[in-house]
Design a protein around this ligand. Structure first.
Ligand code: 8YV
Length: 328
């Protein structure tokens, strides 16, 4: 009999969902990538026909150079900047992601992080825990308003639209900027108005980043962009750390050029820039915006569906539900 295709699962996910892979494949499992020696991804891919990976796994030219059997890479996550899609496509390797299933959970978190930054929630808690609460203070820990303020959304895809829908219930005015303006019906459904990037920076009281990270938008929020924002504004990033010049942000937060920030993602994560750690007025979380059990399970289930289908098995053989590259 034909040997079964081999797939590599780059870190333990959910055993019951991964078990579906055992129906079709020989499965090679490894501890998470942070434990891998350099070159471990290339070695794991060298004899794999398919792979189930996460944002911990950077897969580019070097990793696929010796992967002569590799046909599909299923990413657990909607963002797939960890994959060099052009390098994969050039070798006919199908790449997939997990859009849709994490939209609402991630939008919930983005809204919470924005509110936490604006209302100084973690700063207030640290203040209390440090024993500085000596009686109710009229002037302590004053934050920025949410209701009646202007929310700016940079990147108006599924998650951005989810945040816009939430903002409506908080009585916010919603502006957005996106390469492509949304159809009028969608704009109406989330009560959001398109504006230029410059106007978005200048007019937002709270700016939220929800755009994919590409070579074109590296450090899209740099010193110049921060200088264009209101000094009373907040910045929230639940997309990718590389969108923000963290040194410039830390300086803006320290100097009072920007009121506060909420960051769930970092350029060198899991390392966090010490200049940000030194700021009081930033809420820092370890890339957890999609972290609820139902959502994480749905992401893995979709990634498994994608991998099975991309490898030519199951009911959707040849038609993975969410490819990011054109299927040859
Ligand atoms: C994931 C994310 O936790 O979906 C994304 O783009 O950043 C997170 O939801 C991560 O991608 C896991 O690989």
């Amino acid at each position: 009999a034909e040997p079964r295709p081999r797939v590599w699962v780059s870190q333990p996910l959910y055993a019951d969902l991964e078990a579906r892979l055992d129906e079709w494949f020989e499965v090679a499992r490894t501890p998470r990538v942070t434990d891998h020696a350099p070159g471990a991804i290339a070695a794991a891919l060298a004899d794999a026909d398919g792979a189930l990976v996460t944002l911990n796994d950077r897969i580019g030219e070097t990793e696929v150079a010796g992967a002569s059997r590799l046909r599909a890479v299923a990413n657990v996550g909607v963002g797939y900047d960890n994959l060099d899609v052009a390098a994969l496509a050039a070798r006919g390797i199908v790449a997939t992601n997990t859009p849709g299933v994490l939209t609402e959970t991630t939008a919930d978190f983005g809204f919470a992080l924005m509110m936490a930054a604006a209302r100084r929630i973690t700063e207030a808690e640290h203040w209390l825990r440090d024993g500085r609460w000596q009686g109710w203070g009229f002037h302590e820990l004053l934050g920025a308003e949410i209701h009646g303020s202007t929310l700016g959304i940079l990147g108006m895809g599924r998650i951005g639209q989810g945040i816009a829908r939430r903002a409506r219930g908080f009585g916010m005015r919603v502006l957005y900027h996106n390469r492509h303006r949304l159809p009028e019906a969608v704009e109406e459904a989330c009560a959001a108005t398109w504006t230029t990037r410059a106007a978005l920076l200048a007019d937002s009281d709270h700016l939220v980043l929800v755009l994919p990270y590409t070579a074109d938008n590296h450090h899209i929020i740099d010193a110049g962009a921060l200088a264009a924002m209101k000094p009373t504004a907040t910045l929230t990033n639940i997309a990718r750390g590389g969108l923000v010049d963290e040194g410039a942000l830390a300086e803006a937060l320290q100097s009072g050029r920007l009121a506060a920030a909420g960051l769930d993602v970092f350029e060198g994560e899991p390392a966090v820039d010490p200049r940000l750690l030194a700021c009081r007025n930033v809420v820092l979380t370890p890339h957890v915006a999609s972290a609820s059990l139902p959502t994480r399970r749905a992401m893995v289930a979709l990634a498994v569906d994608n991998l099975v289908a991309a490898m030519g098995f199951g009911p959707d053989a040849g038609h993975p539900p969410s490819p990011v590259t054109r299927i040859p």
